[in-house]
Design a binder for this molecule. Structure first.
Ligand code: ATP
Ligand code: MG
Length: 542
């Protein structure tokens, strides 16, 4: 199997040497918030790697922090993963393994490899040493096994207050790696857990619990982000010293960062709590529920994650690169429709029929999607952008005495401009070329401009929402998050739209011709058009 990143190279080598005989990964969210686009990267990597090697991937909830975790988040996380189309093999919670994790701590005590420490969290921090100086051994380090067993049982039985005692691994206070200086592996925490209720008042620390949970699930490759690299010795220490039989391997990769996007749950939570956005699913949010609500197709998100690959060093991806994938997907898959803004009324003076039904191309990139019907009539609206009283050279839209083609309809010529008293345009008097009907044009007139239009008799008014990024540009990078916030990121306007846009389904994506990609959306019981991504690609392929 050809390796397409360094993780696959490691796997290939292990398979060849017989170190592993298959691949079993897990996606390990903490249910303390909603998933974001960074998690999508981790999901694609864990599920994708398992699939490539015909292996499996578990969904593993790391719920060792009862005070911040909620069932609401568990449910939301599952829904997001399903949206991306990934199917987990087994689902587990760290809390499913609390008994085993506890028993293994007892074993460490019996083996003289863990001790109960009475130092306060502050004292533990102060005696940990620095990068250049070793730490100081705790005065409780040499308690007897019997005493440690008794105290640890008392911790479990609720005899102590939060922070009064901890269980520490007895490793090496002089280790160059601070994580190995007798790390805390259990703490007293009188908190109700969203799954185990009040059964426990001691909880294991992540670094100690995670390798055990990986092992219990049969995980072969525990893929995590780079900041855990320095924790790997402790991961391995735990695997070796608890004596678990299955031995997984931790591999770190660089987390995904994208310009103009916040990606830490802590900040996202603050945005929601401060009311800076409408909720976790606000279309400006980089959460998966936000992206889904925005109208970003799951396929586009996955294609992006695949394409950016897996790196060993942190970097930042241009947001325009992500948008490029959304646009690409929608260009090939979204229906087309017409809307006009700042409408200008056009009266076609030589059109003497009541109206007629024309064929409209649903998606020129997918001819198999066919056509739908649109109504044409004597009075239409065109976009304010598509007419100029004072056109520059090479102006191919409508101007006085000029010709333009109405999309999927006829060529018209502007004969006269009727102005209001204030000099603004009241309406345009035009004539149409009867033999120029799209698809059967025999007029011989060459028209460079094609513009969208709506039928004045049947069009509807609809609210249009466009969005800017929540975070200002890179020039603000490094500044405090609150200073980078863009507090003016929603723009609401109005358009005249084809009637079809009022009757089609909600959450349907469209390319609104020459406007951008939008979806129909329900806003407080009202149908609106909500921007997914702009029309123009600003991504520089270099
Ligand atoms: P945050 O810092 O946003 O709270 P986290 O790392 O605490 O994220 P977890 O729920 O612990 O979130 O993460 C689940 C998995 O997703 C972990 O393996 C984590 O490393 C990975 N992950 C989180 N953020 C990113 C990211 N930006 N890029 C790639 N992987 C990520
Ligand atoms: Mg975390």
């Amino acid at each position: 199997m050809e390796a397409k990143n360094f993780i696959e190279e490691i796997i290939n080598e292990e398979l060849e040497k017989g170190v592993v005989d298959g691949v079993h990964t897990r996606f390990p969210p903490e249910p303390n918030g909603y998933l974001h686009i960074g998690h999508a990267k981790s999901l694609c990597l864990n599920f994708g790697t398992a699939k490539k090697y015909d292996g499996v991937c578990n969904l593993f909830f790391d719920d060792t922090n009862p005070s911040k975790e909620k069932t609401e988040f568990v449910d939301a996380i599952k829904k997001d993963i399903e949206w991306l189309g990934f199917k987990w093999y087994e689902m587990h919670y760290a809390s499913d393994f609390f008994d085993t994790i506890y028993e293994l701590a007892v074993k460490l005590i019996k083996d003289g490899k863990a001790y109960v420490c009475d130092l306060t969290p502050e004292e533990i921090r102060q005696t940990r040493g620095t990068l250049t100086e070793p730490g100081t051994e705790s005065p409780y380090r040499n308690r007897t096994v019997e005493e440690n067993l008794k105290l640890f049982t008392e911790m479990k039985d609720g005899k102590y207050q939060d922070g009064e005692k901890v269980l520490r691994a007895k490793i090496d206070m002089a280790s160059p790696n601070i994580n190995m200086r007798d790390p805390v592996i259990y703490r007293v925490l009188h908190a109700t857990h969203h799954r185990t209720g009040d059964k426990w008042c001691i909880y294991p620390m992540y670094d100690y619990a995670h390798p055990i949970c990986d092992s219990m699930q049969g995980v072969t490759h525990s893929i995590c982000t780079l900041e855990f690299e320095d924790h790997r010795p402790l991961y391995n220490w735990t695997i070796e010293n608890t004596g678990v039989s299955h031995k997984p391997r931790q591999i770190e990769f660089a987390r995904l960062n994208i310009t103009n996007m916040v990606m830490s749950k802590r900040y996202l939570k603050k945005l929601v709590e401060d009311g800076a956005v409408e909720g976790w699913d606000d279309p400006r949010m980089p959460t998966l529920t936000g992206l889904r609500n925005r109208g970003v197709p799951a396929e586009a998100l996955k294609a992006f994650c695949e394409e950016i690959g897996v790196a060993k060093a942190n970097s930042e991806i241009e947001i325009s690169y992500f948008e490029h994938f959304i646009r690409d997907y929608l260009n090939f898959n979204a229906e087309r429709a017409m809307v006009v803004e700042n409408p200008i009324k056009v009266v076609i003076t030589n059109y003497d029929k009541d109206g007629e039904v024309l064929d409209f191309d649903i998606n020129p990139n997918k001819p198999e999607d066919g056509k739908r019907k649109i109504n044409f009539s004597k009075e239409i609206y065109i976009d304010g952008e598509d007419f100029s009283l004072d056109p520059p050279p090479k102006y191919f839209r409508l101007k006085k005495e000029g010709y333009v083609r109405l999309k999927n309809a006829y060529i018209i010529k502007c004969d006269d401009v009727i102005l209001n008293e204030d000099g603004s345009i009241k309406e345009l008097l035009c004539t149409y070329v009867p033999e120029s009907k799209s698809g059967e044009d025999t007029s011989g007139i060459k028209c460079k401009g094609v513009i969208q239009w709506v039928n004045a008799n049947t069009c509807k008014d609809m609210e249009v929402r466009r969005y800017e990024y929540l975070l200002k540009d890179q020039e603000y990078a490094g500044q405090d998050f609150s200073e980078r916030m863009n507090y003016n990121s929603v723009h609401v306007s109005n358009a005249k739209v084809e009637e079809y846009l009022t009757t089609c389904a909600d959450n349907l994506s469209f390319q609104l011709l020459r406007k951008g990609y939008f979806k129909t959306s329900d806003k407080n019981g009202k149908r609106i058009l909500s921007e997914i991504v702009t029309m123009k690609d600003s991504y520089n392929k270099k």
